[in-house]
Design a protein around this ligand. Sequence first.
Ligand SMILES: Cc1ncc(COP(=O)(O)O)c(C=O)c1O
Length: 444
Amino acid sequence: MISTPRITTALPGPRAAALIARDRRVVSSSYTRSYPLVMARGWGSMVEDVDGNVFLDCAAGIAVNSTGHSHPLVVQAIVDQAHKFLHMSGTDFYYEPQVRLAEMLERITPMSGDVRTFFGNSGTEAIEASIKLARYATGRQNIIAFFGGFHGRTLGSLSLTASKAVQRRGFGPLMPGVYHAFYPDRYRPPLGSTAESCADACIDYIEHQLFTQLVSPDEVAAIVVEPIQGEGGYIVAPEAFLQRLRELTRKHGILLVVDEVQSGMGRSGRMFAIEHTGVEPDVVATAKGIASGMPLGVAMARADIMTWPPGAHASTFGGNPVSCAAAIATIELLQDQLIANATSVGAHLIDGLRAVAEKHPLVGDVRGRGLMIGVELVRDRVTKERATKERDAVVNAAFQRGLLVLGAGKNAVRFSPPLVLTREQADEAVGIFDEALNEVERSV
Ligand SMILES: Cc1ncc(COP(=O)(O)O)c(C=O)c1O
């Protein structure tokens, strides 16, 4: 089991090319494949393709394989549960893995007091549940989300998503009663603010413009926010912003829903990224890393909020016992050492990327927490013109050298590796990224 990349064919290799040709004919054309990776198997932070090429994975299936590919303890938990039973719909019957996982989630969720969990299969379902719960619990209809936010692609969550127009184009009319506010991006401060004042400016906009000109706060059910915007470009909100958002929502009886689908489950160096701020939300939605790759999405809420009656909301597959077993094993691994690893290797990786950034004018900003790191590429450090084509070229050049990364936002590269990444692998990733930047800078 090697732990460094090894590329032995042109990419895509012959087997990969053949499979991609078959895929093109029968699989939905809506998928965004950045480069032609055809996976055969994976271990830890490594991925092997069907032609025997080995890659270092800093994408983790879009921030999902938190414990690495096929961690033996997660696989064991899945196999053990699969031998017992695969499904019995936890919405209509009872089984231990679902209850045990809900008890664990109550302990790890950054909300004091009793917590209840709704089980779905994906991030978007966790958000749909949060939206419905917020409307039901408050008796109010409107929701505030943020520009740059990504919350999923089903019609409710899509109505909150304001990341790329192509994700919404052709699907209207979307859910009414959704308002978008500005996200405090310190690198690109909105509303004429500065890096220091953007948190206040973004809150002031909600309080003094949205609430006075567009929607009365007593008709707002929830504000839904990512503590670190994921698809938007790995943008870390200032702590003061989330703290002021909490004050504002509390003042008006609005629920604060944190979307931790991408930032949750240890990736930021805390179980949930909101913990970096000391803010206690009312609802936490998470998915992706929760079950190491098995489908699971959860909405956790204060028990006094989640009081909807039987039949109000449910999903046949939600809380599938095999996914629950995988989640229990995942959380144990996260608590044992992987969250700590995300903190220490994440700090090492960000230092390495910042050192590389000094050599490359294409890099405008390196930011993140734990192993959730974004590198924003610009054509000019002063004008901050977005280097979108160059970003795509860097992602592809990294792939050609055996490093898997993904884009985020219009012009950032995201590093979201499995949380088992070692310091040596982080160094390897930095080295390849450096070469990829060299190649693209030479060509422009
Ligand atoms: C913050 C956030 N919320 C929600 C979602 C939707 O999750 P899913 O693709 O599992 O539906 C995503 C997916 O990228 C996400 O990053």
